[in-house]
Design a protein around this ligand. Structure first.
Ligand SMILES: [Zn+2]
Length: 330
């Protein structure tokens, strides 16, 4: 049985959507064009008629660097990450430095004005909380130019209470840089979510057998990782009991994809309920919080439609699968 059909999962989802008057209304500059007639659609579902793409709203009016015409491909320096000829770390690092020389020269040639502007400062409109996974780059996934997104990444894009690093990044983005949108972005095949799921299954199996739960040595690698993924393990565990009776194996009751989605939703809620974000809403700031998932196999982003914004309740949200291909309507 998929986790989403489990009673515990349904209850969790109901709790998430029940948060009052905080659901998402995108800043108009970030929403995509409407494809539906407002006369035939519930007005709460209708998207703004005049809108812009994320890339257009965040990039400093120029073609995203990764897509500049002079670039031979999206990844002109991919060889240093895939070449088997790189026999040593010294060669690897030299390859990266060489690639930087090429990158800097191409940047200076294609958009010297942007380089000059970036040297003065930054004014990103987006804060991105994403996973540290090497396959998921905020800038590459969205195709925006440098200076467009303020990024914080950690394993499985967590926002733990007491995590000073994540809180400081969020606080700086919201209250100093004055970003307009916060994106929590998970991804398919997340090792952190998978580890939390496996920990929940292992714990459940030991409990079923009456065995003691292992306690990692304080400060060890296992201890550090288990503490970090504890909330994900807890989320996975919450979905196990109601489903295990109908399944041969606890693993059969859990879906990595569904856990990933739910973890993103939980993190979106945690960010939205933080004092940092609430303070911005109390000031009347235009600030929204969104939950997306990046699909590694297709490089596409999916909006979970679980966003929040202070003020009026709305259902409209970003649908992002082909955003980068969109043009900017006027
Ligand atoms: Zn991950």
């Amino acid at each position: 049985m998929p986790a989403s059909r489990c009673p515990s999962s349904a209850a969790a989802a109901a709790t998430l959507v029940a948060v009052p008057s905080r659901r998402l209304a995108l800043p108009q500059t970030l929403a995509r064009p409407s494809f539906a007639s407002s006369a035939s659609v519930d007005p709460r579902l209708a998207r703004p008629q005049r809108s812009y793409t994320l890339a257009a709203a965040t990039a400093p009016t120029r073609t995203p660097l990764a897509l500049v015409p002079n670039s031979p491909s999206l990844f002109p320096h991919r060889s240093f990450s895939s070449s088997r000829a790189m026999a040593s770390s010294t060669q690897l690092l030299q390859g990266i430095l060489d690639a930087n020389e090429t990158y800097a020269a191409a940047f200076a040639q294609s958009d010297p004005a942007l380089l000059k502007k970036l040297a003065v400062g930054q004014s990103p409109k987006i804060f991105w909380l994403g996973c540290s996974d090497s396959r998921v780059s905020a800038e590459l996934a969205t195709g925006v130019a440098p200076g467009s997104i303020f990024v914080h990444r950690n394993i499985a894009q967590c926002f733990h209470k007491g995590d000073l690093s994540a809180s400081a990044a969020l606080a700086y983005a919201v209250h100093v840089l004055k970003v307009e949108a916060i994106i929590v972005c998970g991804h398919t095949g997340c090792g952190g979510v998978r580890a939390g799921m496996q920990a929940a299954v292992d714990s459940s199996e030991k409990e079923a057998k009456g065995e003691e739960q292992p306690v990692p040595e304080p400060g060890s690698v296992a201890d550090t990782i288990s503490k970090w993924i504890a909330p994900i393990k807890s989320l996975a565990s919450s979905q196990l009991p109601a489903c295990s009776a109908a399944s041969r194996s606890p693993l059969d009751t859990l879906s990595l994809a569904e856990l990933t989605d739910q973890h993103v939703r939980d993190t979106v809620q945690a960010v939205a309920e933080s004092d940092i974000v609430r303070a911005a809403w109390d000031e009347g700031r235009e600030l929204s919080v969104h939950g997306w998932v990046y699909h590694v196999a297709t490089a596409k982003l999916r909006d979970l439609d679980c966003g929040y914004k202070g003020g009026a309740f709305h259902l409209s949200s970003l649908v992002f699968s082909s955003l980068l291909a969109e043009t900017v309507p006027e």
